[in-house]
Design a protein around this ligand. Sequence first.
Ligand SMILES: [Ca+2]
Ligand SMILES: [Ca+2]
Ligand SMILES: [Ca+2]
Ligand SMILES: [Ca+2]
Length: 288
Amino acid sequence: MWPGLQVFSAAGNLLASANANGNTGVRFEAPATETLTVVAYNTSDVAAGYEYGLSVAAASGAFKVVEGDQGGVLKNSVTVAGTISVGDSDIFVFSAASGEQVRVQYEDLSAGAGSNYNPETFLYNSSMRRIAQENADSSFQIDFDAPATDVYYLVIANSSDSTSSGNYNLTVSGISDSINSDPDSLIDAFELMIGTSRTSEDTDKDGLWDDVETNSGTYISPTDTGTDPLLQDTDNDGFIDGIEVREETDPNDSDSVPLIQVPMPLWALLLLGGVMAIVGYRQRYAYS
Ligand SMILES: [Ca+2]
Ligand SMILES: [Ca+2]
Ligand SMILES: [Ca+2]
Ligand SMILES: [Ca+2]
């Protein structure tokens, strides 16, 4: 089996390509926000057909850690155990203050003779500028002075020539892990992961703070609304989340909407009554 991979931009420019006798992968920086095309092909000198698995991982902005996989917010000096299968990437985030001496320790638990596990580790700042990279197939550490108070990404990926999965322990130390730059109670690293603003307590401007919009889809209370912190009207019923919570309707259920009561003065009620009476009289007259 000798597969090839190509990635093209929306304009048809080749962004990355690779082919190998076995597993293969490409890594590139997206030049723009656009739809990319991936081509998987069999190289011309291979006569047989094969099945394959294809996975894509992006480290930028918000991300989700799927159940059973590793990744997410790192705490100072707390060791996380992880597994990288073929084609897998684990994405972690942590915050550090400007000038802090940060140490990233990666312990390879699968090193040794016969192991074909070759992880690659990348360290980025929140603007996705690369700060460090390691291509070791054994334990290593990265030391760096945080150039700014920021959230940093750590991506551990199986390199394209890995043919087996591996286990690791990861520890980051020397960091201020609970930096919170806005009045909501969510720390910066967590906000970067879920995509909310680190500098605004109400990212979507719907009257509910980021920390009460828990995005669970279930309303519990005004401090756990279950709504999407990135959507003003989570259930798309025309009433923004903040108004629904204030009016005590369910912001996650489009069948539950506020009763909008327009205050009406007495003279308007009397006038309306008079008009209705005349209409009723005319209708009776018309049918008699
Ligand atoms: Ca915050
Ligand atoms: Ca926020
Ligand atoms: Ca909000
Ligand atoms: Ca709504």
